[in-house]
Write a protein that binds this ligand. Sequence first.
Ligand code: ATP
Ligand code: MG
Length: 718
Amino acid sequence: MDVSHLLDELNDAQRQAVTAEDGHLLVLAGAGSGKTRVLVHRIAWLIQVHHVSPMSLMAVTFTNKAAGEMRGRVGRLLDLRPEGLWIGTFHGICHRLLRMHAAEVNLPDTFQILDSEDQYRLVRRVIRDQQIDEGEHPPRQVQGFINHHKDEGRRPGQIEHFDQGFQARQVEIYQRYQDYCERSGLVDFAELLLRSVELLRDNPERRAHYQARFGNILIDEFQDTNTLQYALVRLLAGERNHLFVVGDDDQSIYGWRGARVENVAHYNRDFQPELIRLEQNYRSTRTILEAANRVIDHNDDRMGKNLWTEGEQGEPIRRFAAFNAEEEAEFVIARIQDWIAQGGRPSDCAVLYRSNAQSRLFEQTLLREDIPYRVYGGLRFFERAEIKDAMAYLRLLHNPHDDTAFERVINVPARGIGERTVARIRDHARTNGQSLAQAATEQVAQGGLSARAGHAVRSFLALVADLTEACGSASLAGAARAVVERTELVAWYQTREPADRAEAREENLSELVRAADSFQQPFEDEQAGLSPMASFLSQAALEAGEHQAERWEDCVQLMTLHSAKGLEFPLVFMAGMEEGLFPHQKSIEEPGRLAEERRLCYVGMTRAMQRLYITHAESRQTYGQTSFSRPSRFVAEIPEPLIESIRSGFRVTPAASGREAPPDTGGLALGASVRHSRFGSGTVVSLEGQGPNARIQVNFEDAGSKWLVLAYANLERI
Ligand code: ATP
Ligand code: MG
């Protein structure tokens, strides 16, 4: 059999990894060196050359998107559909395990996944029910506490604490939250992993079964595995199975969420793998690669590696200092338009930012310019309010006792059911050990509610009953359509929101029906006897967001730096490169976290293949306040010859360009010494614009260079 195509496009080190003899392997290598490619080829090699059954392979990736791509690439290499091959994220794989063994881990068949927003609401509910002070125990912080301990494999009883006091309280909330989840058949993300680990650890039969099944386990992005994930890997590997692990310590960016780069060292200790290093980068120009290498050089404690490329030098990295965030967005979109005008595709372009909120201005500008785009991460499709509303109805059809869903939509669309009524139903449910649906039905029947509230609750129960009946034999898409139509969610949003927002929600709801229509139940779910509806609901919680905007395949990609991991784009913008934003304010004080931010910067830069822009704004609105900031320290870490500043030649509006008349300097001249109430003293280095648009650039001794609007700057000459 000719297998040369599996090796042709690989260098020697890559080939060595792909064709390694049985045993454990660690490929430790920098960005763009072909780690993911090697992993894909290894799968094909095992199947084709070693005749390993696809059923006995497990491949773990970091996102569902990456899993989908991997499946496609293996399929193309082998020219077949690798049925039965388990490719997925840790969460996806654990979900599958739990579905197959729900009873053994004490979960109802209908268990539902709680995404992080649902989890937050539930934690807050538990805190309120216990009448615990939310100021002292903020729900977000308690949620973090719970997840942190779960990620480390600890149940409430395993957390050491004093009998009383702050931590005892937190543990108590964790316990009550957990009790609630057990009663309602809810599983949060960390629980998916924890239960799976417990299943394999405590059930020798199951452990033996899966150890016998998965002879080869391959893991991408290993540097970002957490304690539980590594525990799972060890349990599955047992004594005999082969691990193929690829990763890059310089790209470990999820420490804040429990990832442990030490797992690389643990893996070395526990399995003594053969180490292979890949040093040639195939992705980026020499300029981009060198700049990224120089930035990451500022970190200590690196495992250290050498990355080079045969690629061309390429263009310098371009840096744009915008006056404000609006100008930054204008600049970025104008460059994307140039790219498209020169024959490039929208999907070649990626705008990367540190935090989700930054996407809004880019979205606005792209919308105005009619350029298709897609936002990854952030408020993902399945996390949007209207989608969650519709999904909550679907969840109630699937399981009427789903309290989280019940509570979400009892008054959505608004039907006059207030917080007091809900509290009464909740009390009744708690006292009688019932679900909210049961309690509501009883309260209505017993006349336990006021006439108005009783009427409203009755109409909600009737709506759910009608839907349940109508959807009894309907397809999944039929059920989704019925929910969207009969609940009148669209009309409700129209009465509450401006037309464009409501329209977007309507589009999203249609998209949901389409998603339901094109939903293909995973083979394993079907085998496990799951209904399409149950599969769909779980996939939605797991895959949040990866279905949106399928109609626009060719669109500009907007995403956080975190979600750009593993991807590559010809044209990349790193926006908002400002101290306080990136590195994030919270990480500046802690050296460990600052190093993680720098790795994030390295990840961002190494996504770029041909062209990289770095932009920062001198002022931006955050929480309704204007804040001023200096460029990120990471920008200064890029050596001078590799980066080129552009400032002139781009203006937002002609009025600000100052082309028509010489700038109105208000009596200030270049080189004048001035004082500003906040920034202190400095020297005028540049002036532009007229009247209210006149702007002045001052080099402040302490605060660095700033552009200010002359009319508001209140500069004092000194
Ligand atoms: P990251 O660390 O960002 O995840 P990676 O190490 O996984 O990167 P890949 O995504 O596998 O790197 O590869 C980077 C790019 O280089 C891809 O476009 C890939 O197709 C290409 N590539 C990898 N190896 C070779 C090779 N031997 N010849 C040509 N192109 C290659
Ligand atoms: Mg990769």
